[in-house]
Design a protein around this ligand. Structure first.
Ligand code: OOB
Length: 547
């Protein structure tokens, strides 16, 4: 394996790592050092703009800020290998904290602002996090109350750092010390784990994905190249910054490596985003398909000047070809489809691809060293153009989930290919078209809901005897979240009751079902497992949300 990682993380075989280094893809530069290089190169240029306040942070200031927080974390006893769950809205503080952690080798576990007790508790437990970083409140939710619960449930969490009013905890603004303290620490190896991302699609509870400095820096740099980023670009972080797409595809990390400017949007609604696009002359941003749809509708009525926009990246779920065709006309910019995954592999349509490919495919792999196989159920390569499961390995694709040895035995082939669970076909150009999936996940407009996770939670309701979570087709979201249950003797709950139950359990709101179907029994396969395919067929025409 390639050097010290983090206990529980899986690395690449040494000869493979050597190949990625020899190709110049892995450059042995930890992300914390890269910010120093960028600061020297881009100095007074604006690195980050905070959307709501318009506050501007130069590269030099960001570099210094990251150092001060890094020293402050050290002073609190935090250091290399320590995991902290980070759950912040899109703020400049997030960027400074991220690089501060990179510099001391502490590892952020990136949670989404929508996550609640169930998800955060699970992440903190699996990662044995020693800290939790939150905003005081965001979109009407007080994260300090959540932190109290997390601290109680997960004893390893000893540090709660708060952006804003800390309440009983510690203000991130007070986690600051003289950067001189950093001179004493061991240099961080680029082969170490830089971040832990959350998987969108797995069996059971969400898995963590360890991304190394080497692989993540390459991910961001190569993505920036594909997008033709230059120092003149201004990138809007509209999606939650903890997600791989706006963080590193090219996102924040790719933008900063180019000397361009990152603008943090507090929300992704057309009102908020369009204001910022106009005010900050945004050139590039990334959205999920339902948001693209909202923006296109709003742009037709809007008086905002969106003419600065040159590229809109759309990914996370399948974009329909109609919207893909409409989008460049209405928004006056180029479209790029992105089919990616936190696990690694990224596919992009290219800026010089013919319109037809941009509109109807999900792009082709980012790296010349990405290996892609499309296989049938018995693991054999399908004929060219046929649909099969996408398997992949490469210079930024994981070789195993973090602390998930048993699961890894089936999630990867013996020769290290990741089984993506996505059904795709490829064109002679190498472009992929996503045709469906075999993994048991509902993709609700880009937000992933692992069925097994939700089923387990539903079964804790006294009225639910059996539960199956499926996605039903929907024009706007791609899929609606549907729950089919067989009730217990206690009698069937209503959709409203189930939602209330899930909220009480502390589940993220995007996992609340849109529709409930009560059945006498669930359809079974020949071997007696719940047949979700039969369920979808049976309920396919009922994809309207319950009143
Ligand atoms: C992105 O990452 P995740 O980890 O939230 O979700 C990955 C899954 C993929 O396996 C696929 O099932 C689906 O989301 N997906 C798409 C898609 N992009 C992702 N399905 C159809 N068309 C697309 N364009 O979603 C993600 C990570 C980095 C960049 C972009 C998206």
């Amino acid at each position: 394996m390639s050097g010290p990682l983090l206990a529980g993380a899986v690395g690449w075989p040494e000869e493979v790592a050597a190949r990625y280094r020899a190709a110049g893809f892995w450059q042995a530069q930890p992300l914390g050092n890269l910010l120093r290089t960028w600061s020297e190169r881009f100095g007074e240029a604006t690195a980050v703009v905070s959307g709501p306040t318009g506050r501007r942070v130069s590269y030099r200031e960001l570099d210094r800020w990251a150092d001060e927080i890094a020293a402050g974390l050290l002073a609190r006893g935090l250091g290399a290998g320590d995991r902290l769950v980070v759950q912040l809205p899109n703020t400049a503080e997030f960027v400074a904290l991220l690089f501060a952690m990179f510099r001391i080798g502490a590892v952020p576990v990136l949670a989404l602002p929508a996550h609640r007790r169930t998800e955060i508790g699970h992440l903190a437990e699996v990662a044995e996090a020693v800290g939790y970083v939150i905003a005081d409140s965001y979109q009407g939710f007080d994260y300090r109350a959540l932190a109290r619960e997390v601290v109680q449930r997960v004893p390893s969490v000893r540090h709660v750092l708060v952006v804003g009013d800390p309440g009983p905890f510690v203000a991130l603004a007070d986690v600051s010390a003289d950067p001189a303290a950093l001179a004493g620490i061991e240099p961080i190896a680029a082969s170490c784990v830089a971040v832990l991302l959350i998987s969108g699609g797995t069996t059971g509870r969400p898995k963590l994905i360890a991304r190394t400095h080497d692989d993540y820096a390459y991910n961001a740099r190569a993505s920036a190249e594909v997008c033709g980023l230059t120092s003149a670009d201004r990138y809007l972080v509209a999606l939650p910054v903890e997600h791989n797409f706006p963080l590193a595809c090219p996102g924040v990390l790719g933008v900063l490596g180019t000397g361009a400017t990152v603008v943090m949007a507090p929300a992704a609604s057309p009102e908020v985003a369009f204001d910022l696009i106009e005010r900050e002359r945004i050139t590039v941003t990334a959205v999920v398909p339902p948001l693209a749809h909202l923006w296109v509708e709003a742009a037709a009525r809007s008086r905002h000047d969106l003419s600065s926009l040159r590229l809109l990246q759309v990914g996370g779920a399948k974009l329909n070809a109609g919207l893909a065709r409409q989008l460049p006309k209405v928004l006056g910019c180029a479209l790029q489809q992105v089919f990616g995954m936190a696990e690694g592999l990224l596919n992009f349509t290219r800026l010089d691809d013919p319109d037809e490919l941009v509109e109807t495919t999900q792009g082709r792999p980012l790296s010349p060293l990405d290996e892609v196989r499309i296989v049938d159920q018995s693991g054999r390569d399908v004929a060219p153009g046929q649909v099969g499961e996408l398997l992949t390995r490469g210079p930024y694709t994981l070789r195993g989930y973090y602390r998930a040895e048993r699961y890894n035995a089936t999630a990867f082939t013996p020769d290290g290919f990741f089984r993506s669970g996505d059904l795709v076909r490829s064109l002679p150009t190498g472009h992929l078209v996503v045709e469906g999936r075999v993994k048991d996940v509902v993709n609700r407009g880009g937000e992933k809901v692992p069925a097994a996770e939700l089923e387990e939670l539903l079964l804790t309701h006294p009225g639910v005897g059996q539960a199956a979570v499926i996605g039903l087709p929907d024009d706007q979201l791609g899929e609606l979240l549907c729950v089919a249950i067989v009730p217990t003797e206690a009698g069937p709950p209503r959709l409203k009751d189930l939602k209330t139950h899930l909220i009480r359990l502390g589940v993220a709101r995007f996992k609340l079902p849109d529709r409930l179907v009560v059945l006498d029994e669930l359809p079974l396969t020949a071997v007696g497992k719940i047949s979700k395919r039969d369920l979808v067929d049976r309920l396919g025409d009922q994809g309207r949300p319950n009143p």
